[in-house]
Design a protein around this ligand. Sequence first.
Ligand code: SF4
Ligand code: SF4
Length: 370
Amino acid sequence: MSCALPATRYQDFSRQIFEKRVSQGKPVTAQVELTYGCNLHCVHCYTDCYNRPDLIKQRELPTGEIIRILNELYEEGILWVCFTGGEIFVRKDFMEIYGHAKQKGFLITLYTNGTLFTEKIVDFLKENPPFSIEISCHGATEETFDKVTQVKGSFKRFLKGLELLQSRKLSFKLKSSAMTINCHEFAALKKFIESFGCKFKMDSYIYPRLNGDLEPARYRLSPDEIAKIEGDEATGDSFCLSKNSAVPRLGPPANDDLFRCGCGKTGVHINAWGQLGTCTWVYEARSDLKQKPVREAINEVFPKIRAMKYQSDSPCRTCQVHHFCDKMPSTFRLEAGDPEKPLRHFCDTAVARAEQTLQQKVPHPYGIRD
Ligand code: SF4
Ligand code: SF4
C-alpha cells in the first residue's frame, strides 16, 4: 500500500468517507474494466468468453472515452478506482489512462495477472505509485499454475513480474481461487505466497462466465471440501467465509431485498464495453456510457438495483443460513435461469459452513441435505 497515512489512520479515514457517502446515497468507489483482452485463458475466468479480437475492436472503449469517464467519476466524488480486466497491461494506452487517473488524485488499485510487467512499466509505477497492486496466484508450482492459465510458461513470466516489482520495492498482494486443480497444494501455496511477505488470501467461489457459459463451475470444490479447507487450522483464516456477513450467524434475512450486499450503494462498476452497473456480476440493470454521462447512468441504475425485491416464494427469502451463502442473484440467473432461485451447490456449501462454524446441525434451506 502506498498511502501516506499509517494503516489505522487510513482505516478511520476510509470508514468516515464511506459512512458519509452512504448517508448521502452516493458511490465512492469505481471498478473499471479496461479490457476483456488477456494473454492467459484461465479455466475459471469469467471474462475469457469476451477475450476475442473482434469484440475487443468493435466494443471496447478508446482512450479518449475512458479519460472522459474518469473525469466524470472524479466529478461524482469517486475516490477509489480499481483498474481491472481481462489483463490491464495488454492495453497499449495503459500508461496514458493510468497517468490521467493519477493526475486526478484517485487512489488506484491495479488487478493484474502479473505476467506482463516490464522494466518500463515498473519504472513508471515506481514514479507514479498505485495505492495497491493485487496479483492472481493460481498455484505454487509451474505445473499447477500453467494448468490453470492454460498457457505454458505463464508461471515463469509471473515469477519474473514479481521479481521486477521487488527490484523497485513496489509492494503487492497475492490472491488465489481455490479449485479442483490447485486444491492438492494449498499448504505449499500458502508457504509460497508468504515467502513474498504477502498474506495468504483465497476465495472458494467460482462463477459462470459473463455469457452464461457454465464451464468454470466444473472446477468448483464440493461443499464439504470448501467447508473443510475453510475450517482448516493452517489455511482457514485465509478465506473470506461469505460475502454477506462479517459475523455469520443463523437467522432469516432482514428484508426482501434481492441484493443483500452493498450493490447500488457505494460502488460503480464499468465494464470493458462502457456499460455502468453496480458490480462485476450484476446485469439486472446497466446503462451505456457511450450514450450517457456517468451521473445520469448512476441515477438510472442505482435506484433500480436497490428497489429489486424477491417476488416468488423462493427459500432464499426466509433462509436461515443466508449469512453463510455466496449467492449472487445475477450469477444465479445465469446458472439457474432465475435470480431468485436457490442453487444446490450454494445451499449445501452454506449449510456445511454453518455446521462447521457453529458446531451444530442446521436445517437445510429446503430440507434436502442429510
Ligand atoms: S488472468 Fe485473469 S483475466 Fe486473464 S484469463 Fe486469467 S482470470 Fe481471466
Ligand atoms: S442459495 Fe440456498 S443457502 Fe443461499 S440464500 Fe438461497 S436458499 Fe439460502
